[in-house]
Design a protein around this ligand. Structure first.
Ligand SMILES: NC(=O)c1ccc[n+]([C@@H]2O[C@H](COP(=O)([O-])OP(=O)(O)OC[C@H]3O[C@@H](n4cnc5c(N)ncnc54)[C@H](O)[C@@H]3O)[C@@H](O)[C@H]2O)c1
Ligand SMILES: O=P(O)(O)OC[C@@H](O)[C@@H](O)[C@H](O)[C@H](O)CO
Length: 478
């Protein structure tokens, strides 16, 4: 039986009825698994505590999300979050029905309804997750009310202009924009792209002033591992939108007294931090969690493994991951953060989170865009590590593993990446030549890595061993 309101009873039914009475107060661009397992779940929890009393309208940013919108519509916005993992060493496993989503609109054919919501004074927050690629400027013609512009920032710009036209300078017109994309200063970047569209479309100066005065763009940092639901625990219904999450989560939001008042998460015990500066949260997460993921995903795939857990259960790879984090990433990053003790605790947590016995976190999905991720999530740490520690054998091996994944003939390891063809074309017959060509390519790494002491030699040694004796031997010989 498919999940729908009529199938609910007991507390689940009561939760749905309570939620049903709440107005839509959030427009969400993005229908992916992350928002379902993170902010939508947080808003559900906030509603349950009585602290927000508002629901979400979900909109797909791209035509490819239409099937999810239909699933939301079929399930009356309902879906399940299963929480699985260890908390204080004890196994946790439970399922929660999330009732925070009220409606779902297909942007390809219901755009005028989205614009109508943008004009609604009850709606106060615009939320998004469109991946790092979603927050980008691309010139688009001034849109009509019938069809949405192609990109997310242009969609948002049009929604905000509609709101300005409908509600103008009255208090009810205020809006808070909360992007969750994992990019630096996500809120400020989004604001500047929205303003650029306003200029391109010749919108009035007063709209620009309104945007500055009435619309707050928050910078955020999100952290929770969210995976597709894989059948545990069994659900008494079929749920096409179910997701599985780890118990851990962290949401850091810069500034915004207004959002803090609307969404008082911390007051009801949820791990959300409103802070003037969220750079430490971001740096430690990007380096200790995402950087380590990028390193272990490529090595794990080359060793024939499929999940993060399998890597953490492999004697050689697991030791590598622990040493990479504790002996290189943490010492390299300590001087970059204001609270090194928070970084150390976070890094310990990350190693535990990766050993979550109940999550099937696929290496293949983590390895997508490995080169672009290595550039941002590994290379800056490598530079800091060499400067601070004199050498960084494991970070060098991580860069070598990413390079190796894109060696011609490694098609089954290489994940899609905009720079894949470029890296593949740099491989040559001899290893030394390949190393020089690849490591000196600043377009790949944002730096000439042949100039970093020890990297060229370490790369050649690692790759030579991996090619002759396999990746596990190469790691063991570090
Ligand atoms: N799943 C996780 O554990 C997790 C945790 C934290 C952060 N994230 C971030 O979330 C992103 C992936 O999201 P997900 O896990 O929900 O995956 P998903 O594939 O379920 O959803 C991705 C969403 O982004 C949209 N999108 C993709 N490319 C786009 C583009 N170019 N323009 C506009 N929209 C675009 C899709 O339409 C979809 O709505 C990644 O960038 C990742 O850094 C994921
Ligand atoms: O989602 P990506 O592809 O940007 O990166 C893969 C993982 O590192 C990432 O999803 C983490 O699990 C997540 O960022 C944890 O909060």
């Amino acid at each position: 039986m498919r999940l729908h309101a009529g199938a609910l009873d007991g507390e689940a039914r009561a939760s749905f009825e309570r939620a049903r009475a709440m107005p839509i107060r959030v427009i969400q661009i993005g229908e992916g698994i992350f928002l379902r397992g993170f902010v939508d779940w947080l808003v559900h929890r906030l509603n349950e505590s009585g602290a927000f009393q508002g629901r979400i309208a979900v909109v797909n940013p791209r035509p490819s999300g239409t099937h999810h919108i239909h699933q939301f519509q079929e399930q009356e916005g309902l879906y399940t979050v299963t929480v699985r993992g260890l908390q204080d060493g004890n196994p946790v496993e439970h399922a929660e029905l999330v009732t925070s989503v009220a409606r779902a609109f297909d942007s390809t054919c219901e755009w005028s309804q989205v614009l109508q919501l943008a004009r609604d004074p009850h709606v106060e927050i615009a939320l998004s997750n469109t991946t790092e690629l979603g927050v980008r400027y691309e010139p688009v013609p001034r849109p009509s009310s019938e069809a949405p512009p192609a990109t997310y920032p242009a969609k948002l710009a049009q929604c905000l202009y509609e709101r300005y036209r409908a509600l103008g300078w009255q208090e009810a017109g205020r809006m808070v924009v909360v992007p969750c994309e994992l990019i630096d200063d996500n809120g400020q970047q989004l604001r500047s792209i929205v303003e650029r569209h306003a200029a391109d479309w010749g919108l009035e100066d007063d709209f620009y002033r309104w945007l500055r005065d009435r619309v707050e763009f928050c910078d955020t940092l999100v952290d929770r591992i969210v995976t597709p639901y894989a059948g545990h625990p069994p659900l008494p219904y079929e749920d096409a939108l179910a997701v599985t999450v780890e118990p851990y989560y962290l949401f850091a939001i810069r500034g915004s007294e207004r959002l803090k008042a609307l969404w008082p998460f911390a007051e009801v015990g949820l791990n959300v931090h409103y802070a003037d500066d969220i750079r430490d949260f971001r740096l430690q997460k990007l380096r200790a969690l995402n950087g380590t993921h990028t390193a272990l995903a490529n090595l794990g795939l080359m060793a024939g493994l499929e999940t993060v857990l399998e890597v953490m259960q492999h004697p050689t790879l697991s030791q590598f991951v622990h040493q990479l984090v504790q002996d290189e990433i943490v010492p390299a990053t300590e001087s970059r953060v204001t609270r090194p003790e928070m970084l150390r605790a976070f890094a310990r947590d990350v190693l535990e989170r990766f050993q979550n016995p109940y999550l099937e976190h696929k290496l293949r999905s983590i390895a997508t865009n490995a080169i672009s991720k290595a550039r941002i999530r590994l290379v800056p740490t490598l530079l800091d590590a060499v400067e601070r520690l004199g050498e960084a054998r494991r970070l060098t091996a991580a860069i070598a593993a990413v390079s190796l994944a894109y060696r011609p003939g490694m098609r089954d390891v290489a994940a899609s990446d905009p720079a894949a063809d470029r890296l593949m074309s740099l491989w040559q017959e001899d290893l030394e030549g390949s190393a020089r060509a690849i490591l000196s390519d600043a377009e790949l790494w944002s730096a000439d890595l042949t100039e970093v002491p020890g990297v060229l030699d370490g790369w050649v040694r690692f790759v030579a061993t991996a090619l002759s004796r396999g990746p596990v031997e190469a790691i063991a010989s570090l």
